[in-house]
Write a protein that binds this ligand. Structure first.
Ligand SMILES: Cc1cc2nc3c(=O)[nH]c(=O)nc-3n(C[C@H](O)[C@H](O)[C@H](O)COP(=O)(O)OP(=O)(O)OC[C@H]3O[C@@H](n4cnc5c(N)ncnc54)[C@H](O)[C@@H]3O)c2cc1C
Length: 510
């Protein structure tokens, strides 16, 4: 049983076969040596490091339901509401430590979603996907793998369904079925941490119809499988890290950590049967998407809150360095930032506390509350960022380069004119402003803002689910019964009758 540490994780990445990775117009021969990749690997490595930290080990690890052994919680099939809550607390902790995306949630959420979905497919079709997936899950936790969750297709014309696209590869699909496996083609967009992963779990991105069986494919692939090409995502201010000197370290805002997204192209990739977990079962594509989306919407009630903690800390610190920390409106704005951030955390905890056990045995979040959580995440970090920029002041975007700060010709001028609160260190002020710029406009904003908006589905996806799950008909029964009756017995009877009518209408026909 492996519980890797950060060093072992880095070594395990280096042992992968050469991968086809492009960044900035060039193929990377040694991806792990590129500063952008290194910063993103550092963020993932934290998930290993903290699992060995005596202070955090209990939260970062769990007892496996498959083997009984201690595993990293990022590889764990949730066994209770308490497990779901600990997942959110763990994500907040790691978010606080790196202030960016640590890339490991998506695989954890795909693990739990596929465990449940394969169980349901087998129940209906007597297939053996669940047994295969159990073997994968056991391998994932015992090897402590990072697993990329590859759901989002590139989708071409959004007004058309997969089978209606003029190029059928706009959604990943099976192009050949052989006795020993399938061949897949297509691309997955925005793949978080894909290049830092050991394996990839491929899933469909939408519910599918009868003529879309080739798109109903879920499978596992080693990240270094032949036929996969990765094209690294460009991010705002990403060149700041590349100088490799003291000035670029200051100007990058957060020199050590970064996130990672890539476009991932599957050019006729072979998947052996033992790694196929759905092939053509269109009726279950929607279930798999809903399971994954709910788990992932819960995740954001933890990871974004950790980054919010960094944003609030930065607001309080820059206020102090600017000499305004006692001003009433600044204190009130920091209270508001905390209120918003803790509301997100409350949603993450609530959908976990209301979790239920699935027929497959693992635990599932309350999907309505998970969608409410993510809908709030599409808004509150933006408001927190707005308040942070308000408190920071305009210097955040007009600050001279750190090269000028370090240049003897301009250093004294800048030290004099960039001074802040009496007795404060101007370099600390510069560094804090760069961190704020990074979090709200630079690479960090990818993880804190845009990922909050679109990751785990754009806002409208949550509104559709809230509309579906909120049970407005039941609420109408309460309102109608209270309005129509003036006596207690009448109200109670009307509610009982109304609810019974709703249940009968929803019951499957005999
Ligand atoms: C930083 C980041 C990390 C991510 N990480 C991962 C990952 O690791 N794995 C993964 O699988 N995915 C990942 N995603 C993808 C994420 O789930 C998608 O961005 C999201 O589902 C939206 O899809 P899209 O980006 O293609 O935008 P679009 O689907 O193009 O949406 C853009 C807008 O168009 C609207 N729209 C789209 N289609 C329709 C339609 N048919 N009718 C009406 N309106 C429509 C949407 O509501 C939205 O307002 C990540 C995204 C980001 C930004």
């Amino acid at each position: 049983m492996t519980l890797m540490n950060a060093h072992q994780y880095r070594e395990s990445l280096a042992r992968r076969r050469p991968m086809k990775i492009y960044l900035d117009g060039k193929r990377l021969e040694n991806p792990l040596e590129h500063p952008s990749v290194q910063a993103s690997v550092n963020s993932v490595a934290l998930t290993y490091e903290l699992a060995h930290d005596p202070e955090h080990r209990a939260l970062m690890t769990a007892r496996s339901a498959l083997s009984g052994e201690t595993v990293n919680r990022f590889c764990h099939l949730h066994q209770s509401s308490a497990d779901l809550i600990d997942k959110v607390r763990m994500q907040r902790l790691v978010g606080q430590r790196c202030g960016t995306c640590f890339q490991r949630c998506v695989g954890l959420d795909a693990l739990n979603a596929l465990f449940a979905a394969t169980f349901e497919i087998d129940r209906k079709f007597a297939t053996n996907y669940h047994e295969r997936f159990r073997a994968f899950a056991l391998a994932m936790e015992s090897n402590d793998w990072i697993v990329d969750g590859a759901m989002t297709d590139v989708k071409g014309d959004r007004s058309r369904r997969p089978a209606e696209q003029s190029d059928p590869d706009m959604y990943l699909r099976v192009v050949e079925r052989r006795a020993d496996g399938v061949v897949i083609r297509g691309a997955k967009a925005h793949q978080t941490g894909a290049i830092n992963s050991h394996w990839v779990l491929v899933m469909p991105t939408v519910a599918l119809r009868d003529d879309e069986g080739d798109y109903a494919i879920a499978c596992a692939l080693p990240a270094d499988a032949e036929g996969i090409t990765y094209i690294y995502g460009r991010q705002s201010c990403d060149e700041r890290k590349l100088g490799g000197d003291a000035a670029s370290a200051i100007d990058s805002g957060s020199a050590c950590y970064g996130g990672q997204e890539a476009l991932m192209i599957f050019d006729d990739v072979f998947v052996p049967n033992e790694s196929v977990f759905m092939d053509g079962e269109i009726a279950f594509a929607g279930l798999l998407v809903d399971l994954f989306a709910s788990y992932h919407r819960q995740s954001y009630g933890g990871c974004k809150v950790g980054k919010g903690d960094v944003a609030i800390g930065a607001a309080a610190t820059i206020a102090q360095l600017n000499g305004v920390e006692r001003a009433a409106h600044i204190r009130d704005k920091i209270i508001e930032m905390n209120h918003l951030n803790e509301t997100l955390f409350a949603c993450g905890i609530a959908c976990s506390a209301n979790g239920t056990q699935l027929p497959a045995g693992n635990w599932f979040v309350d999907p309505l509350l998970a969608n409410v959580c993510k809908q709030n995440v599409t808004r509150f970090p933006y408001e927190i960022a707005r308040l942070l920029q308000d408190i920071a002041g305009g210097l955040m975007v007009t600050l001279p380069s750190a090269k000028d700060w370090l240049n003897p010709e301009t250093a004294a001028l800048l030290r004099k004119y960039l001074a802040g609160a009496e007795g404060s260190d101007p370099e600390e002020r510069i560094r804090m402003l760069r961190l704020i710029e990074n979090l709200t406009m630079g690479r960090g904003a990818v993880a804190y803002l845009t990922e909050s908006m679109h990751g785990a589905g754009s806002p409208q996806a949550q509104r559709i689910m809230i509309g579906r799950l909120a049970n407005v008909d039941e609420k109408k029964v309460y309102a109608r019964s209270l309005a129509a009756h003036d006596d207690l017995e009448g109200v109670e009877a009307a509610i009982r009758t109304g609810l019974a009518g709703l249940r009968a209408a929803k019951a499957p026909a005999a």
